[in-house]
Ligand binder design. Structure first.
Ligand SMILES: [Zn+2]
Length: 85
């Protein structure tokens, strides 16, 4: 169990977080995606994390297109985001 984990919409936070990248990629089956969105809309922890995670994911993808800037820029932003939690 994660610290502060809760069960909303029949899903614990850890399962939501595990599927979050697939959800953001649109790879999650619709039934699962709607369960996840029920959880996220009722769970402020996942909502906050999801927003942050979506931003990090976008940064990572942008970084992947420019490998040179990945290590410095993204790693630093990741650390800053982790530290601010
Ligand atoms: Zn949650």
């Amino acid at each position: 169990m994660l610290k502060g984990e809760r069960v909303v919409g029949g899903l614990p936070c850890s399962e939501v977080l595990a599927d979050l990248s697939r959800l953001l990629d649109g790879e999650l089956p619709e039934a699962d995606a709607s369960l996840l969105s029920v959880h996220v809309s009722g769970c402020d922890v996942c909502e906050r994390f999801g927003r942050r995670f979506a931003g990090v994911l976008r940064d990572l993808r942008e970084g992947l297109r420019e490998p040179e800037s990945l290590s410095a820029g993204v790693a630093e932003r990741l650390r800053a985001r982790m530290a601010s939690r």
